[in-house]
Design a binder for this molecule. Structure first.
Ligand SMILES: [Zn+2]
Ligand SMILES: [Zn+2]
Length: 239
C-alpha cells in the first residue's frame, strides 16, 4: 500500500515536471491520450487481415523472406503520425515518446486479438554498444519496458544482445542486409522453452526480425512473434 502511494506521488510529480506530449508533434496531451487530435487524424491503424500475418506486408513476401518468426503485428504503416513519432523517438532524442508509443504497441496486441498470456517474455531488437552510446538509449528496449508495464509480460533486456558492430541497415539492399546482420546477435539462456514477443520500431524487409528469430529459436525459444510500430508499405528493397 505504502509503495502504491509512493508510486502515484512520483507519477504525479513526473507529470508536472514532464507533462505528457504527443510523440508525433510535441503538443501537450492528456495522460490517457497517445496522440494529439491533429496527429490522431493522420493515424491509420491496421487491423487483422490488412497485411500478411506471417510477413507483415501488404503484398506477401513470405516466399522471399521465409520468415522464421510465427506472426508480425504492426500498429500501422510507416507513414503519417507513426512515421513522425518514430523519427522523433530515434533521431531527435525524445526518449520520453517511447511511453505513449509503447502503450500503442500494447493496444496493437488487443487489435489483433492476441492475449498477453500467449507470451512468456518480451525481447527487444538490440543496438550495437557504439550506436546506443551515441543515441543514449535503445528505442526498442524503451518501447518494450512500457509494453511490459501495460501487458504484464516480463521484459528480459538480455534475451537478445548485439555482439558485432554492423552497418546501418537503411543504406543496404535486401541481400546486403542479411549478410550485414549474419552472426551479429546472440540470445541468452533465459529464452529456452519460452514464447518470445520481439519488439522493434520499424519492420522493413524483415531481415532484422528474421535474424533475431533465428538466434532466439537456436537458443531454444518455443516460438517468436514480432510486435512493431510500423511496417513499410512499399517494398522498394530487392529482397
Ligand atoms: Zn501531435
Ligand atoms: Zn506473407
Amino acid at each position: 500500500m505504502k509503495k502504491d502511494w509512493k508510486h502515484s506521488i512520483m507519477a504525479a510529480v513526473r507529470r508536472i515536471l514532464f507533462p505528457p506530449v504527443c510523440p508525433g508533434c510535441g503538443r501537450s496531451i492528456g495522460k490517457r491520450e497517445i496522440f494529439c487530435p491533429v496527429c490522431q487524424k493522420q493515424l491509420h491503424l491496421l487491423s487483422p487481415g490488412d497485411v500478411c500475418p506471417k510477413c507483415g506486408k501488404e503484398t506477401c513476401t513470405c516466399n522471399k523472406l521465409h520468415p522464421l518468426f510465427s506472426q508480425v503485428y504492426p500498429a500501422g504503416f510507416y507513414e503519417g503520425s507513426i512515421q513522425s513519432a518514430i523519427r522523433n523517438l530515434k533521431f531527435l532524442h525524445h526518449p520520453g515518446h517511447a511511453k505513449p508509443l509503447g502503450t500503442l504497441l500494447a493496444k496493437t496486441l488487443e487489435r489483433y486479438h492476441v492475449a498477453p498470456a500467449n507470451f512468456d517474455l518480451l525481447a527487444a531488437v538490440p543496438m550495437s554498444r557504439k550506436r546506443q552510446k551515441s543515441r543514449g538509449y535503445n528505442q526498442a528496449a524503451l518501447l518494450a519496458e512500457t509494453v511490459s508495464v501495460e501487458t504484464g509480460i516480463p521484459f528480459c533486456p538480455d534475451a537478445l544482445v548485439k555482439i558485432r558492430e554492423t552497418k546501418a541497415q537503411h543504406d543496404l539492399s535486401g541481400s546486403q542486409r542479411r549478410t550485414n546482420l549474419k552472426g551479429s546477435f546472440a540470445a541468452g539462456s533465459a529464452v529456452s522453452g519460452k514464447r518470445v514477443l520481439l519488439i522493434d520500431d520499424v519492420f522493413t524487409t524483415g531481415s532484422t526480425a528474421n535474424e533475431a528469430a533465428e538466434v532466439l529459436l537456436q537458443s531454444g525459444a518455443a516460438r517468436v512473434d514480432v510486435l512493431v510500430l510500423a511496417t513499410t508499405r512499399f517494398e522498394t528493397m530487392q529482397l
